[in-house]
Design a protein around this ligand. Structure first.
Ligand code: AMP
Ligand code: GLY
Length: 417
């Protein structure tokens, strides 16, 4: 099978790595990719947001499957454009991707499907904003309705800051009840009817150790979650994933692709914080590190509506940890263009248990330089989280990137340290 992956972050590198290890994949392409993806796939400098261009490339390459990684192309209808030329595509339609593209739409679907989530108000005027903030009280949760790369949400005890963010969003704002308790990311593969859950992971959204600092796209992740209730996946399947997929099917806008449930395990039970319409980054790096089932066939079944034929997924017993190495000044105004050194040392000394997935990187003649906020996702497996953590951080220590930052506490508590 020839597979074309769309995107160029560490999530796409993780997808490409797993696809490259799948014996059914004969040729692997990625657009636009990055320096690391270029080692396992042939790169094409096509704009991921241009559906026509992506469909043309997929046709020229005679791809048997296109996998769309990021949310922006999905919300822009790239999966629809690929399907329109008769090529199976893993990723929801533009209409179904609104589950991520509009928080107000997601709230409406959840209400109709009886899915537990934070109570919320959708506000458009300063008066409505003040009323909603007053109704819930502190801590305040204020979200931009549209896509904001994980940076549109402010959670604060400060009423002035909450109001300021709400007004700065400019359009529709979602103000909601604060959810306490740990967060879990649970992904499910679906063809619009059948739903196959993956294994839960936990993401670290704040920039600094101890969950301090600003929200980011994610600074690290681990799986499995030793502290979670073993019945969690079954419960979320029954109360969240299947009802949501059924509701979108009932509306005539079936969701096929990856449904990402961001959950809070609150004192009053599981609640959905958000849905995403694609694999999470960096959670995918640890989830795929543990998935034993070949990836291409699974994604193709979802794309073709035959997921009911997929045998039960197989998982490694190993634990996995990923640590994001970010550039100077991420998430505000990340500095780019800095050379990255030490990648060869990781490959020579830490493989196969630890490896580097590239996010914002590019080739600059012989060097690899930073080209984004999140630069690398250093991933490791081990017999337990403590060993995976040790291996990941040993590899991180070999990387030299001027001004870079990473959290030192990824999976620390879960590993019992
Ligand atoms: P989102 O973009 O909706 O995933 O929100 C980003 C982050 O903000 C989440 O991962 C949570 O850490 C936090 N957050 C969002 N909604 C809530 C909420 N209702 N209560 C508490 N924290 C929240
Ligand atoms: N790690 C959070 C996300 O992918 O949205």
């Amino acid at each position: 099978m020839k597979v074309l992956v769309i995107g160029g972050g560490a999530r796409e590198h993780a997808l490409c790595r797993s696809l490259s290890l799948d014996p059914d994949v004969t040729d692997l392409y990625c657009a636009p990719g990055n320096a690391g993806i270029g080692e396992v796939a042939e790169l094409y400098p096509v704009d991921a947001l241009d559906g026509e261009a992506v469909a043309r490339l997929a046709t020229e390459l005679e791809a048997g499957l296109v996998v769309v990684g990021p949310e922006a192309p999905l919300v822009a209808g790239v999966a629809d454009a690929v399907r329109a030329v008769g090529i199976p595509c893993f990723g929801p339609s533009r209409e179904a991707a609104a589950l991520e593209g509009s928080k107000a739409f997601a709230k409406d679907v959840m209400a109709a499907a009886g899915v537990p989530t934070a109570r919320s108000y959708i506000c458009t005027t300063p008066e409505e904003i003040d009323e909603a903030l007053d109704a819930f009280g502190a801590p305040y949760v204020v979200k931009d309705d549209g896509l904001a790369a994980g940076k549109g949400v402010v959670v604060t005890g400060d009423l002035d800051k909450a109001r300021e963010h709400a007004l700065a969003c400019g359009g529709r704002v979602v103000i909601e009840e604060f959810l306490d308790g740990p967060e879990v990311s649970l992904f499910a593969i679906t063809d619009g009817e059948t739903v196959v859950p993956l294994t839960p992971a936990q993401d670290f959204k704040r920039a600094l150790d101890g969950d301090e600092g600003p929200n980011t796209g994610g600074m690290g992740a681990y799986s499995p979650l030793p502290w979670a209730d073993p019945k969690l996946v079954d419960e979320v399947m029954a109360t969240v994933l299947q009802p949501t997929v059924d509701e979108l099917h009932r509306r005539g806008t079936p969701f096929s692709g990856l449904l990402y449930a961001g959950l809070a395990i609150t004192s009053r039970g599981v609640r959905v914080i958000e849905f995403n319409a694609r694999f999470g980054d960096p959670e995918t790096q640890v989830v795929l590190a543990r998935l034993q089932t070949p990836l291409a066939g699974l994604l193709l079944h979802a794309a073709q509506g035959t997921l009911d034929l997929e045998p039960p997924l197989r998982w490694r017993d190993d634990a996995a940890v990923t640590v994001v190495v970010a550039s100077h000044n991420y998430p505000d105004t990340p500095r780019t263009g800095d050379p990255i050194e030490g990648l060869d040392e990781v490959a020579a000394q830490d493989a196969p248990h630890a490896y580097v997935l590239h996010a914002g990187t590019k080739r600059d003649s012989d060097a690899i330089v930073s080209a984004g906020g999140r630069v690398l996702s250093v991933t490791a497996t081990g017999k337990d989280l403590a060993q995976a953590r040790e291996r990941a951080y040993r590899a991180v220590a070999r990387i030299r990137l001027d001004g870079s930052q990473h959290r030192t506490d990824i999976a620390r508590k879960a590993a019992g340290e």
